[in-house]
Design a protein around this ligand. Structure first.
Ligand code: CP
Length: 331
């Protein structure tokens, strides 16, 4: 097999699976070329999505995708639904608030129920870290993690990587400052893994109470001073305070937090002049970011991130169902 790092006409290892995984539960399990493969696949869908409706592709026709969301979502749920429908699949959404989970049904029983319905892919969001892997181990079809607790949000990291690659041309060597509540953020965790795997220099910036103690082991450099953390950054990725996951007081007040860690035009001047501002959403305007930056199309990639989310999820649904669809040469 050709080394993925050796010169070759293909960017992927010769004769092997570009994506040999049954599920997408996190970025931690992926090799650099596997991440690049998903990004390359997504590029195709970005272009297709910008074309006329009649040019679209029904390759998932006849497949049933279940979106099982045990936590609230706007972007991830809708973009998985749109992604599946654009590829011709039947998409069913299960909202925990209206399901038998409210009657005391366990996660495993719910998973086995979805499995018995013979879904072709299940997309899961859950408040508990590890819940998605638990379900993936029990069901017969591919499972895609749409965010599990503080653990991982792999399609968010993929859409962020795609946004950076398209705006900056490449990811390797980019200085990416991820700022805010790192401790409770699955977005931060998946992005640290994905972007450092792809060769970016990743910094995390926030109050000491919101930075995990072992963050350097994950390949990120911690900063507690915002100005120092974003100095000369190519990308400034802002995160909201995940109040729903906090079991105590992690910051003195939102006002003080904004003074120390909010992204303002003055503070952004510390980053590179062409620094890209990102936010996975939902934003808390006036807390971690001010509107004049969030809404500035020259600096902010927020809406582009949402657009990339549909393309990335189309790529993931396509790639993960190839074996079920009998697509030759996928491995
Ligand atoms: N970025 C993200 O996961 O947003 P939603 O919670 O709206 O899905």
């Amino acid at each position: 097999m050709t080394s993925p790092n050796s010169p070759s006409s293909s960017p992927y290892p010769e004769g092997s699976a570009a994506f040999p995984h049954r599920h997408l539960t996190g970025m931690a399990k992926l090799q650099p070329w596997e991440i690049r493969f998903l990004l390359d696949e997504a590029e195709h869908w970005v272009e297709m999505n910008r074309k006329q409706i009649e040019k679209r592709d029904d390759r998932l026709h006849g497949l049933t995708i279940i979106n099982a969301f045990f936590e609230n979502s706007t972007r991830t749920l809708l973009s998985f639904e749109i992604a599946g429908k654009r590829l011709g699949a039947d998409v069913v959404n299960m909202h925990a608030a209206q399901s038998s989970v409210k009657k005391g049904e366990t996660l495993i029983d719910t998973a086995m129920t979805l499995n018995a319905m013979r879904a072709d892919a299940i997309v899961i969001r859950h408040a508990s870290s590890g819940a998605v892997q638990l379900i993936a181990d029990k069901v017969d079809c591919p499972v895609l993690n749409a965010g599990d607790g503080r653990h991982e949000h792999p399609t968010q990291a993929l859409l962020d990587a795609l946004t950076i690659r398209r705006r900056k041309g490449h990811i390797e060597g980019q200085i990416v400052a991820i700022c805010g509540d790192i401790l409770h953020s699955r977005v931060a965790r998946s992005n640290i893994i994905a972007l450092s795997t792809l060769g970016a220099q990743v910094r995390v910036v926030g109050p000491p109470t919101l930075i995990p103690k072992d963050i350097e082991l994950m390949g990120a450099t911690p900063f507690t001073d915002m100005d120092a953390g974003i100095k000369d950054a190519d990308v400034v990725m802002m995160l909201r305070l995940q109040n729903e996951r906090m079991d105590g007081a992690f910051i003195p007040s939102p006002r003080e937090y904004h003074m120390l860690y909010g992204l303002t035009p003055q503070r952004l001047e510390k980053a590179k002049p062409d620094a890209l501002v990102m936010h996975p959403g939902p934003m808390n305007r006036g807390v971690e970011i001010v509107s004049s930056i969030a809404d500035d199309p020259e600096r902010s990639a927020v809406t582009e991130q949402v657009e990339m989310g549909v393309a990335v999820r189309m790529a993931c649904l396509d790639v993960l169902t190839r074996k079920r669809r009998g697509v030759e040469g996928w491995q």
